[in-house]
Design a protein around this ligand. Structure first.
Ligand code: DC
Length: 224
C-alpha cells in the first residue's frame, strides 16, 4: 500500500523519459531515480570484469560485489559503482551496446528491482525505466508510457552524443536504438510493455515544456 506519490515513467530508449522525469521531480520536489543508470552501471562492471553472461554463477557472484549509489545534485544523475563516479562512462557506446543483454538477465533484474522498490518505499519519487509501472511499482500513483517517432529519437540522441563522440554517426545511433527497442520489447524477463493503466505520451511534436505541462496535469489531482 503506497501512502506517498510514485510517478512511474516507462517507454522506449531516447524518448525523453529522463528529461521529463527530472523536470517533474524538480517542479514537485520529489526524488528522481534513473533506473536505466543502474543497469548501465552493472553492464559497465560486467564489461570491465569480463563476466560471461551465460554463466549464472559468475553473474550472481558479480552482483554481490556491486554497490550502487545515487548522489542527486541539481536533479542530475550521479551514480557511483563501488564508490567510483561512473555517470559519464555509463553513457558511452560500449555500455550502450551491452546493457540490453545485461538487463535481460533474471538475477540482474531481481536485484535491481529490489533496490528500486526500497528507494520508493517511503518517499515521493519519480522513477523512469522500462518496467517501473509494470514490475517495480504496479501500484504507482501515476504511470506514463512515453513514445516518439524513431527517427526523431535517433536525432535527439545523436545530438547528445556527438559532442563527446566525434566519430559517431546518426545511422549508428539509429541502429543501436532499434536494436535496444527490439531487445527491450522481446525479452522474456519484464519486457517493455505499456501497463494497462498507463497514460500514453507521444512527444514527437512536443517541446520539453509542453510534455511537462501534460504530465503535471495528470499528477496534480493527487497533490494535496
Ligand atoms: O534508459 P536507458 O537507455 O539508460 O536504459 C539502459 C538499458 O537498461 C536499456 O537498454 C533497457 C534497460 N532498462 C531496463 O531493462 N529496465 C529499466 N527499468 C531501465 C532500463
Amino acid at each position: 500500500m503506497i501512502n506517498h506519490i510514485v510517478i512511474a515513467i516507462d517507454g522506449y530508449s531516447s524518448c525523453g523519459k529522463s528529461t521529463l522525469a527530472k523536470a517533474l521531480a524538480k517542479k514537485l520536489h520529489f526524488v528522481y531515480v534513473d533506473s536505466g543508470a543502474m543497469y548501465r552501471a552493472v553492464a559497465l562492471y560486467f564489461l570491465r570484469n569480463k563476466i560471461n553472461l551465460q554463466d549464472n554463477e559468475a553473474v550472481s557472484d558479480a552482483l554481490k560485489k556491486i554497490h550502487l549509489n545515487f548522489h542527486s545534485r541539481d536533479y542530475e544523475t550521479h551514480i557511483t559503482l563501488n564508490d567510483e563516479e561512473v555517470s559519464a562512462e555509463i553513457r558511452q557506446m560500449p555500455v550502450s551496446e551491452s546493457v540490453s543483454m545485461v538487463s535481460a538477465l533474471h538475477d540482474v533484474r531481481k536485484e535491481m528491482v529490489k533496490q528500486q522498490q526500497r528507494m520508493g518505499r517511503s518517499k515521493n519519487i519519480v522513477m523512469d525505466g522500462r518496467d517501473i509501472g509494470t514490475a517495480v511499482f504496479p501500484d504507482a500513483t501515476v504511470k506514463i508510457f512515453m513514445t516518439a517517432d524513431p527517427k526523431v529519437r535517433a536525432e535527439r540522441r545523436f545530438k547528445e552524443l556527438a559532442p563527446k563522440n566525434p566519430d559517431i554517426t546518426l545511422e549508428e545511433v539509429f541502429e543501436n536504438l532499434a536494436h535496444r527497442d527490439y531487445q527491450d520489447t522481446t525479452r522474456k524477463e519484464s519486457p517493455l510493455i505499456r501497463a494497462e493503466d498507463a497514460i500514453v505520451l507521444d512527444n514527437t511534436d512536443l517541446t520539453p515544456d509542453e510534455q511537462l505541462l501534460f504530465a503535471l496535469s495528470k499528477v496534480e489531482p493527487f497533490l494535496v
